[in-house]
Design a protein around this ligand. Sequence first.
Ligand SMILES: Cc1cc2nc3c(=O)[nH]c(=O)nc-3n(C[C@H](O)[C@H](O)[C@H](O)COP(=O)(O)OP(=O)(O)OC[C@H]3O[C@@H](n4cnc5c(N)ncnc54)[C@H](O)[C@@H]3O)c2cc1C
Length: 381
Amino acid sequence: MLERGEVANSWRRERWDSLRLLTPNWQSRLPGLRYEGADPDGYMSATEITEFIELFAKVSRAPVRTGVNVTSVRQAGDGYLVTTSDGEIACRAVVIASGACNRPSVPSLSQAVPRAVEQLTPFDYRGPGQLPEGGVLVVGASATGVQFAAEIARTGRPVTLSVGEHVRLPRLYRGRDVLWWMDIAGVWDQRYDEVDDLARARRLPSPQLVGTPERSTLDLNALTALGVELVGRLAMVRDGRALFSGGLRNVFSLSDLKLNRLLDTFDEWALTSGRDAEFGSPERPAPTSAPASPRLQADLRSGGIRSVVWATGFRPDYGWLDVPVVDEKGQLRHEGGVAGAPGLYALGLPVLRRRRSTFICGIEDDARAVTGHLAGYLAGA
Ligand SMILES: Cc1cc2nc3c(=O)[nH]c(=O)nc-3n(C[C@H](O)[C@H](O)[C@H](O)COP(=O)(O)OP(=O)(O)OC[C@H]3O[C@@H](n4cnc5c(N)ncnc54)[C@H](O)[C@@H]3O)c2cc1C
């Protein structure tokens, strides 16, 4: 196992200070290791999940070689030649577990943002104290963007949040964590070959969730209550002006609709499983309220907005992979983790084999299936 940094490198180096997992502690499970602390319904900090993964490396006795950067993987004979910062390795099979979020995904229109405006990505952003005084434009309203917008607004800075397609979720539903419902109702068990539009499912933005001791919901209504100004998707930056799409109401209705459908699924599960009486009564959150006339542009030269934070997602980096299995969008082509070259496998990608694959708790089933295939391959099956 080659790791360019340390064990749990992404949690050590690539997260902001206030980050807590959005999955509850009881869901932080790795093969043979479960959370056994006193707060199963709490949410781990980046330091806590780092310690958890370190413990896993220890108890699983994973043969990790840290500080070894893989700079190239190419086909050689009936196997692969792996070039690293610490020499070459010839092997028959390679499992790519280099993560799905190696780089912040920043749209090219960022290049048109005036120089006087500071720009940060989730890899640069540690906390609001780092930002210049004054207004902040946060672009992207998924888990990262809503968390940034809330904590920056709490410092008293004016925050404008640019909202595109998003997944709205309440933290709790009928008294239980919404991710408990996802789990028990089988939503996360949906297999990749049962998903209607797999490409879309794999691109789905992260849900608007935050893990806090209060277990509070952080949706757009909560942000409006904090004083955050909601605007549409950032469509263009021209002559120093940020131009936002209209139709915010439609975007909100769509995510409200999808949320209500999901809650219907949970209610249905409660009824058919005979457990309905265990929970509070079904409830529906208030629709997302749109500003009466959302701003369609913001002048980035006027000094009102002093910084832009790009919470526009992440992408993998396969710059080191010299095997033609990466598509034009930079995503690995694979079928349930079996990549399009003999002996090449992947783990840790969104909806790799199930919806749950996107999360830490998805690795157990995925790893079993992928290593099963790999063992067959090595045995010549
Ligand atoms: C901001 C954020 C918040 C998240 N929150 C949650 C959450 O609350 N709950 C949850 O279950 N999941 C969460 N996830 C998803 C979670 O991070 C992934 O499910 C999980 O990290 C996947 O683990 P991994 O080991 O496959 O990838 P990673 O954690 O990305 O690890 C990949 C490793 O590969 C190393 N690497 C990459 N390239 C090379 C190379 N060329 N040579 C050597 N080493 C290399 C990296 O240094 C890194 O350590 C979150 C993701 C992000 C980005």
